[in-house]
Design a protein around this ligand. Sequence first.
Ligand SMILES: NC(=O)NC(NC(N)=O)C(=O)[O-]
Ligand SMILES: [Zn+2]
Ligand SMILES: [Zn+2]
Length: 447
Amino acid sequence: MFDLVVRGGTLVLEQGTAVADLAVEDGKIVQVGPELGAGREEIDARGLHVFPGLIDVHVHFNEPGHEDWEGIATGSAALAAGGGTLFFDMPLNSIPCVLDARSFDAKLEALRAKSLTDFALWGGLTPHNLERLPELAERGVIGFKAFMSNSGLPEFPHADDYTLYQGMQTATRLGLPVAVHAESDNLTARLAAEIRAKGGKGVRDYLASRPVLAELEAIQRATLLAQETGCKLHVVHISSGRGVVLAAEARARGVDVSLETCPHYLFFDEEDLERLGAVAKCAPPLRPQAEQEALWQGVLEGLVDLVASDHSPSSPDLKENPDFFAVWGGIAGVQSTLAVLLEAGFHRRGLPLEAVARLTAHNPARRFGLQGKGGLEVGHDADFALADLDQPFTLRPQDLFYRHKQSPYLGHGFRGTVRRTVLRGQTVFSDGEPTSSTQGQLVCPKP
Ligand SMILES: NC(=O)NC(NC(N)=O)C(=O)[O-]
Ligand SMILES: [Zn+2]
Ligand SMILES: [Zn+2]
C-alpha cells in the first residue's frame, strides 16, 4: 500500500506530458507509471494536469514587522491556491530586514510558525552588511539580494559598484548567487528629481523616470561584475525584451547569469498602468506593448529561465496618493502566476506546458541547488498541483487569499483552475480552500 496514489493524470514532465499514475510514500514520489498498486489515499486525476508545485523565487511576505502589508499565513495560502509549494522570501520589507544571522533567525521563526508551504530565505546585500554574508550563508540563505536602485526602504540602501564587487567576491567564495534588482540608481534618481522639480506627478511622469535604458545599463554593469568575479548572478524581474537579450548575450559569452521575469510584465503594459493606476505600479514599471511582445519572444525562445511573482503588496493607504511617485511600488500576484502562464502563454501563444513547468519549477530548483524539489521525478518531494486547463474563471476579490483583496488581475478571465495543491504528499489546498496550516519547512541550497 502506498500512502497516496494520484490516478490517471496528465503529468507535466520536463520533456513533455504523459498520462500516468503517481505514487507517494513518506512525502516522496516513489513510482510513476501505468496502473500502480493501491494507496491508502487515492486521488482521481483523470482529465486533470499534474504540474510540479510552483517554486516562486521572489516574494515579499514582510513578516515580522509588516504583516499589515502581507503576512506569511495569507501569502503562503495564496501561493498554494495558485499551485505553489515553495517560495523564496525576499530580505526586505520585513522589520528587521534579513541582513545578518539574528534577523534571519527572526524571520525563520515566523515562517516556521505560519507557513503553509515550504520556504527559503534570501539574505540582503547592502553597503552596510558585507561582513555578514558568511553568517547568512551559514544559516542557509539561498543567495544574496542587492538593489542597484533605491529600494524604497532607508534600512536597505542600494548597492554601489564597490558593494557589488565586494559582495560578489564573497558570494563566489561561499558558492551562492547574487540577485540584483537591475535599474540604475543614478539614472532613475536623477530623472525622477528632474521631473518632480517641474511638478510631474502622474503615471507618465513616473514611467519617464524609469526608462528601459536604466534596466539595460544596470544589467550590463551587473553582468560585467559577475564576469570579473566569477559570481553566479540572478537578474530579478526583467521587464523588457531588450533586457532579456542583453542578459542572454552575457550568458552566451560565459557569464553565469539566470533571467527572471514576472507575470505582470507578460500580462499588462503601460496603457494598463494608466488605466489601473496604483494597483499596477511596480519597479521596473510596466512597458509599452512592443517591449512586452519582445519579452514574450524571449520566453518562447527559452532565453528566460524562470517566472516569479515579485508579490509585494502594501497596506492600501500606501497605494493612495495623488503623487504617483509617492505611491507604494509593488504588485500583488503570487496567486496568479500559473493562471497567467496558462492563459496568456499556453492558450494564447502556444507556450508548451513543459515550458510552463520548466519556468516555474524545474529551472528554479536547478538554478538554486534545491535537491529533491522541482519536478515529478521518483525520489523527489511529492510537491504538485492538479489543474483543470479548460475550466475558466474570472478572478474576484473573494477568491484572493491575500491580506488585502487587491490585485491588478481582478476581473480578468483565465482558463486553467487549480483544483488541489499537494506538499510532500499532504494536500494543502483543495476545492478553493486551504486544507491545513503550518506545514512549511526551510529549504536550503546544496552546493
Ligand atoms: N521593496 C520592494 O518590495 N520592492 C519591490 N517592488 C517592486 N518591484 O515594485 C521590488 O522587488 O523591487
Ligand atoms: Zn526589485
Ligand atoms: Zn521584489
